[in-house]
Design a protein around this ligand. Sequence first.
Ligand code: IMP
Length: 426
Amino acid sequence: MPNIVIVGALFGDEGKGKIVDILTENADYVARFQGGHNAGHTVEIGSEQFILHLIPSGILRENAVAVIGNGVVIDPAALLKEIELLENQKIKVAGRLIVSTHAHVIFPYHQLLDELREDKKGSKKIGTTKRGIGPAYADKVARTGIRMIDLMNKSIFREKLQHNLEEKNTILKSVYNVSPLSVDKLFNEYCEYAERLSQYVKNVPLILNEAILKGKNVLFEGAQGTMLDVDFGTYPYVTSSNPTAGGACIGTGVAPSCIDEVIGVTKAYSTRVGEGPFPTEFFGDFAEWFRQEAKEYGATTGRPRRCGWFDAVLMRYSVLINRLDSIAITKLDVLDGLKTIKICTAYKYKGTTIEAFPGDAEVITQCEPIYEELSGWQTPTSHIRSYEELPKKAKAYIQRLLDLTGVRLKILSVGPKREETIILDA
Ligand code: IMP
């Protein structure tokens, strides 16, 4: 199997967990390269449901080693809880999980600042998951972050924590009027985490590159999605990392020349959680009805997701930025009952027609979608296992999405279960 990068094509929550799980059947390593426990990947196997936030979905297949790369920010308490939950569900983690020495650690002051900053922003808030993701990445870039390797050395850890808390406590007190955090308490708590996590902390770039040189393959698992990329998304309504394909290299230490294929995952429609522009968004009764039918509630925060029609403008941009070789379309079955289905083909902006993604969140907010309407197939699809057997109108809808975005279809998901999947070319 080649080395494949899986990315969220649009706003995240596309069902990457399931697609990664399917492709992991033949993978040696599955590596997460960005984000943190803001992500939520749901995988259903038989009657069991697994919700993963930090650990790559690859952990669910015995053949694969799960890797958390340097590009990920780690809340050790969340990671330990996830390990425990998996082990309770009879998934072996010890010896099968590797955490990068270079991954940055999330502390309670990151989480606090995330929450306080959001509250202070009022109507201008980003709608973050309040998990401390942004502030942890900010410290990484400001070169004041604490990495997993630092946690393993008590004297270095104490010195860095002390230094950080001096500044954070001043901010907490003087800007937000919040009580300072205790160095001793945090130090002791995190030393305990460090002890429990030390068995997993390893040199990821060395391990992955040696494995690739020996002919092993790596599946790179993105979290969130292209439109939430801190550089290429709807800034500032984005997450603080690079969920786009390039992030796979930076977030693991594997070079672009080692990547053979990039697959984008998208739903057959669109969703977004949090604030920010979303041109094809549904409103009113239909929005509420659709959300419930589609069970569109966040796996991490439980927040209702905003739902909308498929947006070919955003998808074309995603194909370009990620150089997608193919796409996986998920949740086609959600559209089974609809009489008509719309696709956004372009935007109207100040009287002109735009076909390319405008880039600026302000401009996108003022764009009006131009729709093409197709008739629905109004028949169930979840039991179908080959593309040919799909209703004619479902095939016409999918083909139109592909024609409008210039990309090839690789996988089609017609339900949450592993077997509810059509693979077009292996
Ligand atoms: P943060 O990543 O918690 O800082 O949140 C920034 C933005 O990314 C917010 O709009 C979140 O709702 C969104 N976001 C973060 N993680 C996910 C995810 O896994 N799926 C979808 N949206 C996400």
